[in-house]
Design a protein around this ligand. Structure first.
Ligand code: FA5
Length: 341
């Protein structure tokens, strides 16, 4: 009978050595040391033996039970420790891995260009004045010397909200707002913002784009002031060697009116695809504020004069950054937007 006990101990020990997790260990415990486990039953079976065999068998059975219990406790400790280590390993941070870059937002290229322009003009003493994007027909056209049915209105394809209200087609209506707000002070202001036109979208034209309007009103303002201001701006924005030319043009709200061209920043005037082989790039429409517009703003044109200009911000940003298609600006492609730091 004692041979059975030795065999049991060997089998149980061998199996215990194979146990590799806590669940299997618990099954092992139930199989051998549980209430109905083989070792427990073997100890209990002592009563069924002939009296002479009982002491030796009982002693051995208790020893076997004691050794297996001790082995069980030891195994339990080892497996618990292994479990803890596994959990730690699973939760571990590999400090040698490269970090993940946080997705940092950037300023839109139009905003960046606007801010550069603000910087240049505020250094010249201009203040920034904002006016509304939804305008009355009166401000967008009439007060700018374009009465109803004036053919010049065709220059701007207009989004109408109703018969009298429009999405502003240019920042020029802000001229009237700023004049009415500041009369009888002299004015030096830039008026930035979004403009809207019901236009065919092309590589150079969008439905929505930004303009910056400039307005100076004073007692002795001449065309020379306009030229000096535009030349200083172009050289600050595009480099000190820039040349400008002022070409005759027409706007109903300026007289005389000009288009301001800058020598091509790519070819320096020799002619290339950017300047369509003319050597020149248009950067603004401008002129001396029309007497009717001065009067509509509250200023007597016999005493006051002024200059105004308007430029397209995306066109300026395109020139500065060699962007070939205006449609990139508002199509929200991060591959494009992410390039502007
Ligand atoms: C005007 O809007 C005049 N208000 C400018 C002005 C102001 C003249 C003050 C005199 C005195 P024009 O329609 O040319 O002019 O537009 C001015 C600039 O806005 C253009 O040179 C161009 O850079 C930009 N622009 C016009 N239409 C679009 C468009 N659809 N998409 C992008 N930019 C545009």
């Amino acid at each position: 009978m004692t041979a059975d006990l030795h065999e049991l101990e060997q089998r149980a020990s061998a199996e215990l050595a194979q146990v590799s997790d806590l669940q299997a260990l618990e099954q092992w415990r139930l199989r051998y040391l549980g209430k109905k486990g083989e070792v427990t039953l073997a100890v209990r079976s002592v009563g069924q033996l002939p009296p002479a065999e009982r002491p030796a068998y009982g002693k051995l059975a208790n020893e076997v039970k004691g050794r297996l219990e001790a082995a069980y406790e030891a195994r339990l400790e080892v497996l618990k420790q292994e479990e803890v280590e596994r959990a730690l390993r699973a939760a571990a941070v590999d400090v040698t891995l490269p970090g993940r870059r946080p997705a940092v937002g950037r300023l839109h290229p139009s905003t960046q260009t606007l801010r550069e322009i603000y910087h240049i003009f505020t250094q010249m003493g201009f203040q920034i004045y904002r006016s509304r994007e939804v305008e009355t027909d009166e401000y967008n056209f009439e007060l700018l010397n374009m009465p109803p049915h004036h053919p010049a209105r065709d220059m701007w394809d207009t989004f109408y909200i109703n018969k009298d209200v429009v999405m502003r087609t240019h920042t020029s209506p802000g001229q009237i707002h700023v004049m009415r707000a500041y009369y009888p002070e002299p004015i030096r202001a830039i008026l930035p913002g979004k403009c809207y036109r019901y236009e065919q979208v092309t590589v150079r034209s969008e439905h929505m784009f930004h303009q910056v309007e400039g307005l100076a009103v004073g007692k002795h303002i001449t065309m020379a002031d306009l030229k000096g201001t535009m030349i200083h701006f172009a050289r600050q924005m595009f480099g000190p060697e820039r040349k400008l030319r002022f070409r005759c043009s027409h706007f109903p709200f300026t007289e005389p009116s000009v288009e301001v061209d800058m020598d091509c920043i790519l070819c320096g005037g020799k002619g290339c695809s950017l300047c369509k082989h003319t050597g020149w790039l248009e950067i603004a429409g401008a002129g001396m504020v029309h007497p009717v517009v001065l009067r509509n703003g509250g200023y007597d044109p016999n005493e006051w004069s002024g200059f105004a200009f308007g430029m397209g911000i995306e066109r300026i940003a395109m020139l500065k950054n060699h962007i070939e298609d205006i449609r990139y600006f508002f199509s929200n492609d991060l591959r494009f937007l992410g390039q502007f730091h």
